[in-house]
Design a protein around this ligand. Structure first.
Ligand SMILES: Nc1nc2c(c(=O)[nH]1)N[C@H]1C(S)=C(S)[C@@H](COP(=O)(O)OP(=O)(O)OC[C@H]3O[C@@H](n4cnc5c(N)ncnc54)[C@H](O)[C@@H]3O)O[C@H]1N2
Ligand code: MOO
Length: 400
């Protein structure tokens, strides 16, 4: 049996490239950008007024002029109106272009306006105030977002403002999620007393959706011939198969054999961890498809999905390794088996700004109800069985 670190290394040795695709920019949220975005013009593109009020020449105020005749009113989006006399001003709105003949904006709060005239009230004033100068943020041709970043709402905003209606992004893998087991019925069916409803596939699908992967679902009955046929077929049409169940030692656990019979090379089976000990991972030599076969117990599937598949996906998309987060254990805790334990916890921050992990153990890896009450796994080392309050361990958040 291999360790968690060895399993992670073997998984990360299988990173892949799935190419790029062009998407309408509004649909690109969460994808990895595959091109640099450059400003098509200065940002802002003109000297932009940042307060509603009047625009004037600072030198006129310096000369002692306090009352200005309002020559025109200029809204955002209108051509600038120029000043001709030193005692003139333009009533101007936020977002408008500053006229070339003006250099300062005074907000309404510091003015009195009546009968077409603006009188300055006593207020501190600086030349050039209330302006956002052309090119202050970015110059034309400057990089605004680099290839390799995740498209965030801020990147969407930049794409919109530089007129990039289509974005080149990294293509995500085609994923098939496969459940197995004759005890499983569909969500809208009423299970017999000896059956349960499928849930793992929907959990996996929901997690993948957060990463812009729209996976397909397939259920395989406990039949070795059908299992082999279905798996062989999927291997040809998908980049990744995510299976849950049927991989431990039961008489009807046909998955490992079917995978090997379908030409999937086993890279490992069984990891010294709980939950998820029977985790199986392999690669199809000819198609390059990868198979993550997770143990069927729902918490095991969930943990392995986050700990291994998402780590692999992150690397495959060329993203920097996830920032490692640590938390201090909130209570003493004992775990005897010589396995790395992924303890379910809730997280709190104390007054010293420390992240504290409060164990909420539940009833083992079949207790998926407990997942909804927790938000992370605390990864406890395998060499020890006693863990003390205040000790710090790596934490894997799954609610982000
Ligand atoms: N003799 C041994 N028995 C078991 C071992 C072992 O080492 N020796 N390991 C245990 C561990 S740990 C786990 S985890 C499970 C994993 O077994 P399988 O991967 O073969 O999973 P199944 O037996 O098919 O199912 C386990 C459990 O999960 C439920 N399940 C399965 N698929 C789904 C699904 N899509 N949605 C909801 N629930 C699902 C299934 O009904 C079972 O209750 O093996 C232990 N046994
Ligand atoms: O790994 Mo199993 O998930 O402990 O029940």
């Amino acid at each position: 049996m291999i360790t968690v670190a060895e399993a992670e290394k073997l998984v990360l040795a299988q990173v892949r490239e799935y190419g790029t695709q062009t998407l309408p920019f509004e649909q690109a949220l969460g994808y990895v950008l595959a091109e640099d975005l450059k400003a098509d013009r200065d940002l802002p593109p003109f000297n932009r007024v940042t307060m509603d009020g009047i625009a004037l020449k600072y030198a006129s105020v310096k000369k002692g002029i306090k009352i200005f005749r309002i020559k025109a009113t200029q809204a955002a989006g209108e051509k600038p109106v120029e000043l001709a006399q030193e005692d003139e001003c333009i009533e101007i709105m936020t977002g408008a272009v500053l006229p070339l003949s003006a250099d300062t904006v005074i907000r309404y709060e510091d003015l009195e306006i009546s009968e077409g005239k603006a009188t300055l009230l006593p207020a501190e004033m600086k030349q050039g105030q209330n302006l956002h100068l052309r090119g202050a943020d970015k110059k034309q041709g400057d990089m605004v977002a680099k290839a390799g970043v995740v498209v965030s709402p801020a990147v969407i905003s930049l794409a919109a403002s530089i007129g990039k209606s289509q974005l080149l992004v990294k293509t995500v893998p085609r994923v098939m999620i496969i459940s197995s087991g004759d005890e499983l019925v569909d969500v809208d069916e009423t299970p017999s007393s000896f059956q349960i409803r499928k849930s793992n596939s929907y959990t996996i699908k929901a997690v993948l959706k957060k990463h812009n992967i729209n996976a397909d679902l397939l259920h395989i009955p406990d039949d070795p011939v059908i299992t082999r046929q279905k798996i062989s077929n999927c291997i040809q049409n998908y980049d990744v198969l995510l299976l849950s169940g049927g991989i431990s030692m039961g008489r009807f656990d046909y998955i490992p054999q079917a995978l090997e019979d379908s030409g999937v090379e086993k890279l490992f089976h069984k990891v010294a961890q709980r939950p998820g000990k029977p985790f199986w991972f392999g690669r199809h030599g000819q198609s390059g498809a990868l198979v993550f076969a997770f143990p069927g117990n729902p918490v095991a599937t969930f943990m392995c999905l986050h700990r291994y598949f998402l780590t692999w996906l992150n690397a495959t998309l060329g993203l920097p390794a996830k920032k490692v987060t640590y938390a201090a254990l909130g209570n003493d805790f004992t775990f005897k088996p010589e396995l790395r334990y992924f303890l379910q916890v809730t997280l709190q921050t104390n007054e010293q700004a420390q992240l504290i992990a409060i164990p909420v153990e539940g009833n083992g890896s079949g207790d998926f109800a407990n997942l909804a009450d927790t938000e992370a796994f605390l990864e406890l080392p395998m060499e020890r069985s006693e863990f003390k309050k205040g000790e710090v361990f790596r934490v894997w958040r799954f609610t982000d």
